[in-house]
Design a binder for this molecule. Structure first.
Ligand code: M6R
Length: 579
């Protein structure tokens, strides 16, 4: 939620920061701002997106600076609430990602001491607190200011003409890339990759003094060593590469992403702990939760191990199952709800696993074991390749625990996903674009596949869409069915085929158009559906993946026909670091 970038080095800071913020826009895009330190602070901040703003900040001089792209929490998106925020003298500027929970009491105190606030944000208190403690030593002032803060923060602070940034982290991600005579700090690695491969992932409570010559990290005011990691992520893969949207590019990366994620070995320690599990609890949000639901069906079918799958924000409302291992599934590794559930599971002595896409992310520091998805950077807010990669890793676990029962088929999935990508989504998308509401239905493992299809559709097209178990529509939602509520039904040749066909006939009898996604050559399905989309010819397990890919393409095409902002849908952010 919100992206921040800071730069100190031999280049002019503003252009580097602006380019970096453009890469972080998926984290929030309602307003932006940049401040540099040269002969004093120079600053520009505006409502709107940095990608639409031309080079408005490029005239800022200075070789050190900070920037922010915002997803509003406290105060509407406008020029004043945009970051950076400054102190009363305009000599100190800060950017903040996170939430300062005690900002009201701090603001009251600071106002009583004579500070003048301009914005409605929680973040502005940080600038005034640093001002309060600043006696010529910025590092010391940030030490003292952060002691007073409750909540979460990734902070970058600059002052006057100093060629230096002070960075601080607590429960919000902050990575610092150390290049040759330049250092760049950011909410994630994508803005850094062009300048540095050596990354330092700050830990909670860390404060870093960032200069062009390098960085010194402190924790509880004492110097600490944070060993850098070399990140191999491909810089090119964070670019659009000729596709109209990141989402489309990411959909097309899935043959490789699935293969790489599925063929990665699970380390011995993780395997040992997985084998001990008599049941598994999965926690996740959104798309990652759907991947967890798919895992449940497969684990129970192939391994006979019960799996409980909880929406992370609801986890604390239930009694934890002991003798269960917990698997937190999170693309970003930073989702606050998922991290909270994982932390509480650790207190309950669960053995914990994280499945994540982002090396060094917060979840990797909490879980006992980490399994990485190999999706590479995912820029579009809508998760596509990261979902497929999660499903691949979860299928790998099932495969290993069931003596590689499904391995051979899944290792051969590459051409099948490629074939699914050739599907022409236009005719089905034409039906969806004019719908009032859409239902996605399936049975068994295709229920979570339907949930994911509906989430993708509503997220990027703004059409109301719901995923349902096909057998459940008759228990209420049937009253909504009419000619304007198309139903997307996934009906493959598995055990539930006969009942699924009956469900489709019941839907048709109520006047709703049906788009049927089913196994190749199913003439019966073709006959009863308005549109029949055949899956590439394969076994059942691969159809889970190819059907998911087809639903992504359908959502994408519908969003394009409606002229939506596919990669940055309204009101959303990719990384949700608030509870
Ligand atoms: O980074 P995470 O996997 O923890 O994110 C969880 C959800 O916020 C995320 O999957 C969200 O639902 C996606 N935007 C869906 O496309």
């Amino acid at each position: 939620m919100c992206g921040i970038v800071g730069y100190v080095g031999r280049r002019r800071a503003a252009p580097v920061i602006i380019e970096g913020l453009k890469k972080l826009e998926y984290r929030g895009y309602d307003s932006f701002g940049v401040a540099t330190s040269c002969s004093g602070i120079e600053m520009i901040k505006r409502q709107g997106r940095i990608s639409d703003s031309g080079d408005c900040a490029s005239e800022l001089s200075g070789f050190a600076g900070i920037g922010h792209t915002r997803w509003a929490t406290h105060g509407v998106p406008n020029d004043v609430n945009a970051h950076p925020h400054t102190d009363c003298t305009g000599n100190i500027a800060i950017v903040h990602n996170g939430i300062i929970e005690n900002y009201i009491e701090l603001k009251r105190l600071l106002i009583s001491e004579g500070h003048i606030f301009l914005s409605e944000t929680d973040s502005e208190v940080v600038a005034h607190l640093v001002e309060k403690y600043y006696k010529g030593d910025l590092l010391k002032a940030v030490f003292l200011a952060t002691e007073k803060l409750e909540g979460s923060y990734a902070l970058l602070v600059i002052c006057g003409s100093e060629k230096r940034i002070i960075a601080a982290r607590k429960m919000s991600p902050l990575v610092i890339g150390v290049g040759d005579g330049e250092v760049i700090a950011s909410s994630d690695m994508t803005p850094i990759l062009e300048y540095a491969r050596k990354m330092i992932f700050l830990e909670d409570g860390d404060v870093a003094d960032v200069m062009e010559s390098g960085i010194q990290v402190y924790n509880e005011k004492n110097p600490v060593e944070r060993s850098p990691k070399i990140v191999e992520w491909d810089f090119e893969s964070a670019k659009k590469g000729g596709f109209d949207h990141y989402m489309l590019k990411e959909i097309f990366e899935q043959p490789d992403v699935f293969y790489k994620s599925f063929s990665s070995e699970i380390d011995e320690g993780s395997m040992l702990d997985l084998k001990k599990a008599s049941c598994v609890t999965v926690v996740a949000c959104g798309t990652s939760w759907h991947a967890g639901m798919i895992f449940r069906y497969l684990m129970e079918k192939y391994c006979k191990i019960p799996v409980r799958v909880e929406i992370a924000s609801e986890f604390s409302n239930f009694t934890p199952l002991h003798d269960s291992v917990m698997v937190a599934v999170t693309q970003s590794g930073e989702t606050a709800d998922t991290l909270a559930a994982l932390k509480s599971a650790k207190k309950e002595n669960f053995t914990t696993f994280a499945i994540t896409n982002v090396p060094g992310s917060s979840v990797t520091r909490i879980a006992d074991h980490v399994l990485y998805t190999c999706a590479g950077p995912e820029i579009s807010v809508a998760a596509t390749k990261s979902f497929t990669a999660q499903v691949a890793v979860l299928m790998k676990i099932v495969s290993c625990l069931s003596e590689n029962f499904i391995e051979k088929e899944l290792l051969g999935i590459h051409p099948l996903i490629e074939e699914a990508l050739l599907f022409d989504a236009q005719p089905a998308a034409e039906i969806c674009r004019s719908a009032n509401s859409l239902f996605f239905v399936g049975r068994g493992v295709y229920y979570p596949v339907s949930l994911e299809g509906a989430l993708k559709m509503k997220e990027i097209t703004y059409i109301h869409a719901e995923g349902y178990p096909a057998g459940e529509l008759k228990h209420g939602p049937f009253s909504l069915l009419c000619g304007e509520t198309p139903v997307i039904a996934i009906c493959t040749g598995d055990d539930s085929y006969p009942v699924m066909m009956s469900n489709i006939k019941e839907i048709k009898a109520r006047g709703a158009p049906v788009i049927g996604i089913g196994s190749a050559g199913d003439i019966d399905l073709e006959e009863i559906c308005d549109i029949y989309i055949p899956l590439p010819k394969s076994s059942g397990i691969c159809e889970i993946v190819t059907a998911s890919v087809i639903l992504q393409e359908l959502a994408y095409k519908t969003a394009v026909l409606l002229g939506r902002d596919v990669d940055k849908p309204r009101n959303l952010a990719k990384s949700v670091t608030v509870i």
